[in-house]
Design a binder for this molecule. Structure first.
Ligand code: PLP
Length: 404
């Protein structure tokens, strides 16, 4: 293996001049952004500004027609009966658990390899997250291990469609039905992904989405949405997000303030029209990476995201490669001006905030190994072909599989 720039992990703590006076190499100018939302905005500027102006001129910022129309449009696009906007993806999970009546004393099965909000939402409402290790091929919860984690205290299963790849839903739904458990799909990273012939978020009792700006459908700030097929749950969710109120100053149940802003809804309505095209753009770039990695003879050194079987449609919110030398490769790429991210460098069960649950290192070996080895590369519709080629060429240079 050839490393043209030697970067040892300990070098990273050095000052720019190095502890012993050795100058650290200067990073090259950035090749591209990890995610270029400015480039996306340039393609929709007029439509978005028109929508923002419409809301500003109306001065109607709370609920109203923009939120209602977004809910209707997303429900139609996903083939869901009901869609309920809320303040964030985190709140979508919290409100779903509350609507299902999950609370203190209850336990919920989920994955330790996700953004913290997944298990965080369970702990936040006073229930206990019960972790099940991931399938190392897909990074999603290993559905074959769920049955043995079910006890009398388990009330729900929360699978995550991580990086945009649907979780193995059939066995999860089958188990949930047999054991009378609620299914809360964390689809925050997977809007538009299909499993069999349906969109994720429409399989469980609840589908939870995030409009965090870096998501495939990202707002101009925070936002979230829940889908459900059940009219009673729809009504309950609408109450919970508005202080338990249907009529002004009359509060049927204890709720909270978790509304989606009208401004966000207006922007998201514009962006929703582009989502299918953007998803195709992400998928095309993922496919291009696969070709480039193969052409550079890198498939031994670098594991690419598993090619999903035909019943799974991956929407590539992230394109995470995997390799043993992850940290050294990341530093090499940083010096080459190539941005990368790590989703996620520490599993949830090993986060200090979850220490009280009593989990320890070694309990979920596949998730823990993934957290040490995954590296997300830029993948977005505006990413240029030349950038992808340069990214893979730099990785080939790191491994010495191709001369620069
Ligand atoms: C898997 C997952 N779940 C939940 C969330 C929470 O969403 P939000 O940031 O909108 O609260 C996110 C995103 O940030 C996520 O990636």
């Amino acid at each position: 293996m050839k490393h043209p720039v030697q970067v040892r992990p300990e070098d990273r703590s050095l000052s720019p001049q190095g502890q012993h006076g050795n100058p650290s190499p200067e990073p090259k100018p950035p090749l591209c952004d990890f995610l270029d939302l400015k480039a996306q905005f340039a393609t929709i500027r007029e439509e978005v500004m028109e929508a923002v102006t419409r809301v500003m001129e109306s001065q109607l910022f709370i609920m109203g027609s923009e939120v209602r129309l977004l809910e209707e449009e997303i429900a139609t696009q996903l083939g869901a009966k009901h869609a309920i906007g809320c303040a964030s993806g985190t709140d979508a999970l919290i409100l779903s658990l509350l609507a299902a009546g999950v609370g203190p004393g209850d336990e919920v099965i989920t994955t330790p390899f996700s953004f913290v909000a997944t298990a965080g939402s369970i702990a936040w409402i006073g229930a206990k997250p019960i972790f099940v290790d991931i399938d190392p091929e897909t990074y999603n919860i290993d559905s074959a291990k769920i049955a043995s984690a079910i006890t009398a205290k388990i009330r729900a299963i929360m699978p995550v469609h991580l990086f945009g790849l649907p979780a193995d839903l059939d066995p999860i739904l089958h188990l949930a039905k047999a054991k009378n458990l609620v299914v809360v799909e964390d689809a925050a990273q997977a809007i538009g992904a299909r499993y069999h012939d349906r969109y994720v978020g429409t399989f469980g009792d609840f589908g939870c989405f995030s409009f965090f700006p870096s998501k495939n459908l990202g707002g101009a700030g925070d936002g979230g949405l829940i889908t459900t097929e059940n009219a009673a749950l729809d009504e309950r969710l609408r109450l919970l997000r508005m202080h338990g109120s249907k009529t002004k100053y009359h509060h049927d149940v204890l709720g909270t303030n978790s509304r989606l802003d009208a401004l966000q809804a207006a922007v998201l309505r514009i962006k929703l029209r582009h989502l299918a095209g953007w998803t195709k753009g992400r998928q095309a770039r993922a496919q291009r990476y696969r070709q480039l990695f193969a052409e550079a003879n890198l498939l031994q050194q670098v594991k690419l995201p598993a090619i999903p079987p035909p019943q799974y449609e991956h929407v590539y919110n992230q394109f995470s490669i995997r390799c043993r030398e992850r940290d050294a490769l990341r530093e090499f790429l940083r010096l080459a001006g190539i941005p990368t991210e790590i989703y996620y460098p520490r599993t949830i069960h090993l986060q200090p905030a979850f220490e009280h649950l009593g989990y320890g290192a070694g309990q979920f070996p596949h998730a823990e190994a993934a957290s040490q080895e995954v590296l997300a590369l830029p993948v977005y519709p505006e990413l240029q072909e030349a950038h992808q080629a340069a990214i893979v060429a730099a990785i080939a240079e790191f491994y010495g599989t191709r001369q620069p």
